[in-house]
Design a protein around this ligand. Structure first.
Ligand code: SF4
Length: 329
Protein backbone atom coordinates (compact mmCIF):
# COMPACT_ATOMS: atom_id res chain seq x y z
CA UNK A 1 0.00 0.00 0.00
CA UNK A 2 1.55 3.22 -1.05
CA UNK A 3 1.39 6.07 1.41
CA UNK A 4 -0.05 9.31 0.18
CA UNK A 5 2.49 11.72 -1.15
CA UNK A 6 3.71 14.81 0.65
CA UNK A 7 3.30 18.25 -0.87
CA UNK A 8 2.19 19.12 -3.52
CA UNK A 9 -1.05 17.44 -2.53
CA UNK A 10 -3.56 16.17 -5.10
CA UNK A 11 -5.89 18.61 -6.83
CA UNK A 12 -3.93 21.62 -5.60
CA UNK A 13 -5.04 21.18 -1.99
CA UNK A 14 -2.92 22.39 0.89
CA UNK A 15 -3.58 19.29 2.91
CA UNK A 16 -3.51 15.60 2.18
CA UNK A 17 -7.13 14.77 1.45
CA UNK A 18 -8.27 11.20 2.08
CA UNK A 19 -10.95 11.52 -0.60
CA UNK A 20 -8.30 12.42 -3.15
CA UNK A 21 -6.16 9.50 -2.04
CA UNK A 22 -9.05 7.08 -2.55
CA UNK A 23 -9.82 8.57 -5.94
CA UNK A 24 -6.26 8.09 -7.05
CA UNK A 25 -6.10 4.56 -5.71
CA UNK A 26 -9.42 3.29 -7.04
CA UNK A 27 -9.73 5.46 -10.14
CA UNK A 28 -13.00 7.10 -9.10
CA UNK A 29 -14.60 8.75 -6.13
CA UNK A 30 -15.26 6.24 -3.35
CA UNK A 31 -18.27 6.71 -1.07
CA UNK A 32 -18.74 5.45 2.47
CA UNK A 33 -21.82 3.39 3.21
CA UNK A 34 -22.52 3.43 6.94
CA UNK A 35 -23.97 0.36 8.61
CA UNK A 36 -25.08 -0.38 12.15
CA UNK A 37 -24.34 -4.00 12.99
CA UNK A 38 -26.01 -3.80 16.39
CA UNK A 39 -22.94 -3.54 18.59
CA UNK A 40 -22.79 -1.79 21.91
CA UNK A 41 -19.76 -0.27 23.58
CA UNK A 42 -17.52 -1.60 26.37
CA UNK A 43 -17.63 1.83 27.91
CA UNK A 44 -21.40 1.60 28.25
CA UNK A 45 -22.22 -2.04 28.87
CA UNK A 46 -19.99 -2.39 31.95
CA UNK A 47 -17.13 -4.29 30.27
CA UNK A 48 -14.91 -1.27 30.90
CA UNK A 49 -17.32 1.20 32.48
CA UNK A 50 -20.86 2.41 32.30
CA UNK A 51 -22.16 5.78 31.25
CA UNK A 52 -19.93 6.14 28.20
CA UNK A 53 -17.79 9.07 27.17
CA UNK A 54 -19.27 12.28 28.49
CA UNK A 55 -19.67 13.86 25.02
CA UNK A 56 -21.18 10.77 23.39
CA UNK A 57 -24.66 10.54 22.02
CA UNK A 58 -24.52 7.91 19.29
CA UNK A 59 -27.69 9.28 17.72
CA UNK A 60 -25.75 12.41 16.86
CA UNK A 61 -23.41 10.46 14.60
CA UNK A 62 -25.71 7.70 13.41
CA UNK A 63 -26.34 8.48 9.76
CA UNK A 64 -29.88 9.19 8.74
CA UNK A 65 -31.62 6.23 7.14
CA UNK A 66 -29.51 3.45 8.67
CA UNK A 67 -31.71 0.70 10.07
CA UNK A 68 -29.93 -1.52 12.59
CA UNK A 69 -32.74 -4.09 12.37
CA UNK A 70 -31.80 -4.97 8.79
CA UNK A 71 -29.01 -7.49 8.17
CA UNK A 72 -25.70 -5.87 7.23
CA UNK A 73 -26.04 -6.99 3.59
CA UNK A 74 -29.47 -5.35 3.40
CA UNK A 75 -28.12 -2.11 4.87
CA UNK A 76 -25.29 -2.17 2.33
CA UNK A 77 -27.73 -2.70 -0.57
CA UNK A 78 -29.95 0.09 0.64
CA UNK A 79 -27.07 2.52 1.24
CA UNK A 80 -25.55 1.80 -2.16
CA UNK A 81 -28.88 2.25 -3.93
CA UNK A 82 -29.27 5.65 -2.29
CA UNK A 83 -25.72 6.81 -3.10
CA UNK A 84 -26.03 5.57 -6.68
CA UNK A 85 -29.24 7.48 -7.27
CA UNK A 86 -28.03 10.64 -5.55
CA UNK A 87 -24.40 10.84 -6.71
CA UNK A 88 -24.10 8.24 -9.46
CA UNK A 89 -21.58 6.52 -7.19
CA UNK A 90 -19.78 3.36 -8.35
CA UNK A 91 -17.40 2.27 -5.61
CA UNK A 92 -17.99 2.00 -1.88
CA UNK A 93 -16.34 1.41 1.47
CA UNK A 94 -18.62 -0.05 4.11
CA UNK A 95 -18.25 1.88 7.34
CA UNK A 96 -19.13 0.03 10.55
CA UNK A 97 -19.81 3.20 12.46
CA UNK A 98 -21.92 3.38 15.64
CA UNK A 99 -20.50 2.17 18.94
CA UNK A 100 -17.52 -0.25 19.03
CA UNK A 101 -17.50 -2.47 15.97
CA UNK A 102 -15.02 -5.06 17.20
CA UNK A 103 -16.87 -5.63 20.46
CA UNK A 104 -17.69 -9.34 19.93
CA UNK A 105 -15.77 -12.59 19.47
CA UNK A 106 -14.00 -12.83 16.12
CA UNK A 107 -16.30 -15.72 15.03
CA UNK A 108 -19.25 -13.33 15.26
CA UNK A 109 -17.46 -10.44 13.62
CA UNK A 110 -16.12 -12.14 10.52
CA UNK A 111 -19.51 -13.10 8.97
CA UNK A 112 -20.68 -9.50 9.41
CA UNK A 113 -17.58 -8.07 7.76
CA UNK A 114 -17.66 -10.70 5.01
CA UNK A 115 -21.31 -9.98 4.25
CA UNK A 116 -20.37 -6.34 3.68
CA UNK A 117 -17.44 -7.26 1.44
CA UNK A 118 -19.60 -9.62 -0.63
CA UNK A 119 -21.16 -6.78 -2.61
CA UNK A 120 -19.28 -6.57 -5.93
CA UNK A 121 -18.93 -2.76 -5.81
CA UNK A 122 -17.55 -2.66 -2.28
CA UNK A 123 -13.79 -2.09 -2.33
CA UNK A 124 -13.21 -2.28 1.38
CA UNK A 125 -14.17 -1.87 5.01
CA UNK A 126 -13.74 0.81 7.62
CA UNK A 127 -14.26 -0.32 11.20
CA UNK A 128 -14.64 2.19 14.02
CA UNK A 129 -13.70 0.92 17.44
CA UNK A 130 -11.87 1.52 20.71
CA UNK A 131 -8.18 0.72 21.26
CA UNK A 132 -9.08 -1.58 24.19
CA UNK A 133 -11.41 -3.63 21.98
CA UNK A 134 -8.96 -5.47 19.73
CA UNK A 135 -6.98 -8.69 20.05
CA UNK A 136 -4.61 -10.81 18.02
CA UNK A 137 -7.35 -12.98 16.49
CA UNK A 138 -9.21 -9.95 15.15
CA UNK A 139 -6.02 -8.30 13.91
CA UNK A 140 -5.00 -11.52 12.13
CA UNK A 141 -8.31 -11.48 10.20
CA UNK A 142 -7.90 -7.80 9.30
CA UNK A 143 -4.32 -8.44 8.18
CA UNK A 144 -5.24 -11.41 6.01
CA UNK A 145 -8.16 -9.52 4.46
CA UNK A 146 -5.97 -6.49 3.78
CA UNK A 147 -4.05 -8.60 1.23
CA UNK A 148 -7.14 -8.60 -1.00
CA UNK A 149 -9.24 -5.56 0.05
CA UNK A 150 -8.88 -2.11 1.52
CA UNK A 151 -9.20 -2.56 5.29
CA UNK A 152 -9.22 0.30 7.71
CA UNK A 153 -9.43 0.40 11.51
CA UNK A 154 -10.32 3.64 13.19
CA UNK A 155 -9.29 3.75 16.84
CA UNK A 156 -11.00 6.51 18.81
CA UNK A 157 -8.61 8.56 20.89
CA UNK A 158 -9.88 12.16 21.33
CA UNK A 159 -6.84 13.40 23.26
CA UNK A 160 -3.31 12.31 24.06
CA UNK A 161 -3.68 13.84 27.52
CA UNK A 162 -4.63 11.33 30.17
CA UNK A 163 -6.23 13.94 32.41
CA UNK A 164 -8.64 14.71 29.58
CA UNK A 165 -9.34 11.03 28.92
CA UNK A 166 -10.18 10.60 32.60
CA UNK A 167 -12.33 13.70 32.66
CA UNK A 168 -14.38 12.60 29.65
CA UNK A 169 -14.68 9.04 31.00
CA UNK A 170 -12.99 7.39 28.00
CA UNK A 171 -12.15 4.30 30.03
CA UNK A 172 -8.66 3.96 28.50
CA UNK A 173 -5.50 5.99 28.52
CA UNK A 174 -3.13 7.19 25.80
CA UNK A 175 -0.81 4.27 26.43
CA UNK A 176 -3.63 1.87 25.50
CA UNK A 177 -4.08 3.68 22.17
CA UNK A 178 -0.31 3.62 21.53
CA UNK A 179 -0.23 -0.12 22.17
CA UNK A 180 -3.22 -0.84 19.90
CA UNK A 181 -1.75 1.18 17.03
CA UNK A 182 1.67 -0.42 17.51
CA UNK A 183 0.11 -3.90 17.30
CA UNK A 184 -1.85 -2.94 14.19
CA UNK A 185 1.02 -1.35 12.27
CA UNK A 186 2.96 -2.97 9.42
CA UNK A 187 0.16 -5.43 8.68
CA UNK A 188 -1.30 -3.74 5.59
CA UNK A 189 -4.19 -2.35 7.64
CA UNK A 190 -5.01 1.31 7.05
CA UNK A 191 -4.83 2.99 10.46
CA UNK A 192 -6.96 5.95 11.37
CA UNK A 193 -7.90 7.80 14.52
CA UNK A 194 -10.04 10.68 15.61
CA UNK A 195 -9.26 13.47 17.98
CA UNK A 196 -11.19 16.40 19.39
CA UNK A 197 -9.81 19.93 19.45
CA UNK A 198 -11.22 22.43 21.87
CA UNK A 199 -11.62 20.82 25.29
CA UNK A 200 -11.87 24.00 27.35
CA UNK A 201 -9.44 22.79 30.00
CA UNK A 202 -6.70 21.98 27.45
CA UNK A 203 -4.36 24.76 26.48
CA UNK A 204 -3.71 25.61 22.86
CA UNK A 205 -0.15 24.26 23.29
CA UNK A 206 -1.53 20.93 24.52
CA UNK A 207 -3.83 20.66 21.51
CA UNK A 208 -0.98 21.36 19.10
CA UNK A 209 1.21 18.90 20.98
CA UNK A 210 -1.18 16.23 19.69
CA UNK A 211 -0.23 17.01 16.09
CA UNK A 212 3.40 16.32 16.87
CA UNK A 213 2.67 13.18 18.89
CA UNK A 214 0.30 11.65 16.34
CA UNK A 215 2.63 12.48 13.46
CA UNK A 216 5.03 9.81 14.62
CA UNK A 217 2.47 7.14 15.49
CA UNK A 218 2.33 5.42 12.10
CA UNK A 219 -1.15 6.64 11.21
CA UNK A 220 -2.44 6.65 7.65
CA UNK A 221 -5.28 9.08 8.26
CA UNK A 222 -6.93 11.20 10.91
CA UNK A 223 -10.30 12.77 11.67
CA UNK A 224 -10.28 16.14 13.38
CA UNK A 225 -13.37 17.24 15.26
CA UNK A 226 -13.99 20.45 17.13
CA UNK A 227 -15.61 19.95 20.52
CA UNK A 228 -19.30 20.33 20.24
CA UNK A 229 -21.89 19.61 22.88
CA UNK A 230 -24.92 17.57 21.96
CA UNK A 231 -28.11 16.93 23.86
CA UNK A 232 -28.62 14.01 26.23
CA UNK A 233 -24.99 13.68 27.21
CA UNK A 234 -23.17 14.02 30.51
CA UNK A 235 -21.22 16.89 28.99
CA UNK A 236 -24.45 18.70 28.13
CA UNK A 237 -25.51 18.42 31.76
CA UNK A 238 -22.11 19.70 32.93
CA UNK A 239 -22.37 22.58 30.48
CA UNK A 240 -25.83 23.46 31.69
CA UNK A 241 -24.66 23.68 35.29
CA UNK A 242 -21.43 25.51 34.53
CA UNK A 243 -21.15 26.62 30.88
CA UNK A 244 -17.88 25.83 29.10
CA UNK A 245 -16.14 28.22 26.86
CA UNK A 246 -16.52 26.73 23.36
CA UNK A 247 -14.38 27.59 20.36
CA UNK A 248 -15.47 30.50 18.21
CA UNK A 249 -15.45 30.02 14.47
CA UNK A 250 -12.39 32.11 13.73
CA UNK A 251 -10.59 30.58 16.69
CA UNK A 252 -11.18 27.12 15.23
CA UNK A 253 -9.98 28.14 11.77
CA UNK A 254 -6.73 29.35 13.34
CA UNK A 255 -6.37 26.27 15.53
CA UNK A 256 -6.98 23.72 12.80
CA UNK A 257 -4.58 25.57 10.48
CA UNK A 258 -1.90 25.52 13.18
CA UNK A 259 -2.60 21.82 13.78
CA UNK A 260 -2.28 20.94 10.09
CA UNK A 261 1.00 22.83 9.84
CA UNK A 262 2.46 20.58 12.52
CA UNK A 263 1.05 17.31 11.20
CA UNK A 264 3.09 14.80 9.21
CA UNK A 265 2.10 15.44 5.57
CA UNK A 266 1.87 11.73 4.81
CA UNK A 267 -1.22 11.45 7.07
CA UNK A 268 -4.44 11.79 5.06
CA UNK A 269 -7.15 14.06 6.44
CA UNK A 270 -10.58 12.45 6.58
CA UNK A 271 -12.39 15.21 8.42
CA UNK A 272 -11.51 18.78 9.33
CA UNK A 273 -14.37 19.47 11.77
CA UNK A 274 -17.19 17.76 13.60
CA UNK A 275 -20.81 17.65 12.61
CA UNK A 276 -23.95 17.14 14.69
CA UNK A 277 -27.57 17.33 13.57
CA UNK A 278 -29.00 20.75 14.24
CA UNK A 279 -31.73 19.40 16.51
CA UNK A 280 -29.15 17.79 18.79
CA UNK A 281 -26.47 20.46 18.78
CA UNK A 282 -26.21 22.70 21.83
CA UNK A 283 -23.04 24.48 20.77
CA UNK A 284 -20.99 25.93 19.35
CA UNK A 285 -23.45 27.15 16.72
CA UNK A 286 -21.42 28.72 13.98
CA UNK A 287 -24.23 28.88 11.42
CA UNK A 288 -21.96 27.46 8.72
CA UNK A 289 -22.47 24.56 6.35
CA UNK A 290 -19.84 21.86 6.03
CA UNK A 291 -18.87 23.21 2.60
CA UNK A 292 -18.39 26.70 4.04
CA UNK A 293 -16.21 25.46 6.89
CA UNK A 294 -14.06 23.44 4.49
CA UNK A 295 -13.75 26.41 2.15
CA UNK A 296 -12.80 28.75 5.01
CA UNK A 297 -10.13 26.37 6.29
CA UNK A 298 -8.69 26.12 2.78
CA UNK A 299 -8.77 29.90 2.47
CA UNK A 300 -7.06 30.27 5.83
CA UNK A 301 -4.28 27.93 4.71
CA UNK A 302 -3.94 29.84 1.45
CA UNK A 303 -4.10 33.22 3.20
CA UNK A 304 -1.22 32.23 5.42
CA UNK A 305 0.54 30.63 2.45
CA UNK A 306 0.96 27.50 4.49
CA UNK A 307 0.15 23.77 4.19
CA UNK A 308 0.02 20.51 6.12
CA UNK A 309 3.42 19.63 7.49
CA UNK A 310 5.10 23.01 7.00
CA UNK A 311 6.17 23.04 10.66
CA UNK A 312 6.36 19.26 11.04
CA UNK A 313 9.40 18.13 12.97
CA UNK A 314 10.06 14.38 12.59
CA UNK A 315 12.68 14.28 15.33
CA UNK A 316 10.33 15.82 17.87
CA UNK A 317 7.57 13.37 16.87
CA UNK A 318 9.73 10.33 17.43
CA UNK A 319 10.38 11.46 21.00
CA UNK A 320 6.81 12.40 21.77
CA UNK A 321 4.82 9.58 20.26
CA UNK A 322 6.72 6.88 22.09
CA UNK A 323 5.55 7.93 25.50
CA UNK A 324 2.14 8.46 26.94
CA UNK A 325 1.50 11.96 28.08
CA UNK A 326 1.05 11.46 31.79
CA UNK A 327 1.21 15.09 32.73
CA UNK A 328 -1.94 16.28 30.98
CA UNK A 329 -3.79 19.46 31.70
S1 SF4 B 1 -17.74 7.69 22.06
FE1 SF4 B 1 -17.43 5.58 21.40
S2 SF4 B 1 -16.28 4.68 23.12
FE2 SF4 B 1 -17.25 6.52 23.91
S3 SF4 B 1 -19.21 5.83 24.78
FE3 SF4 B 1 -19.58 6.53 22.67
S4 SF4 B 1 -19.47 4.63 21.47
FE4 SF4 B 1 -18.47 4.23 23.43
Amino acid sequence: MSRAQSRPFPLGKRYNSFGSYLKERFGCRVYKVSVDAGFTCPNRDGTVATGGCTYCNNDSFRPHGVDRHLPVAGQVDRGIAYLRSRYRAHRFIVYFQPFSNTHAPVEQLVPLYESALAHPDVVGLSVGTRPDCIDEGKLAWFEETAHRRFVMIEYGLQSIHDATLTRINRGHDYRCWLEATARSRNRGIWLSTHVILGFPWETRAQMLQMAAALSGAGLDSIKLHHLHIVRDTAMAREHEQKPFSLLGYDEYLELVTDFLERLNPSICIERLFGHAPDAQLIGPRWGKSGAEIRRDIEERLAGRNTYQGRLWNPVEDANMSNEGNRTGP
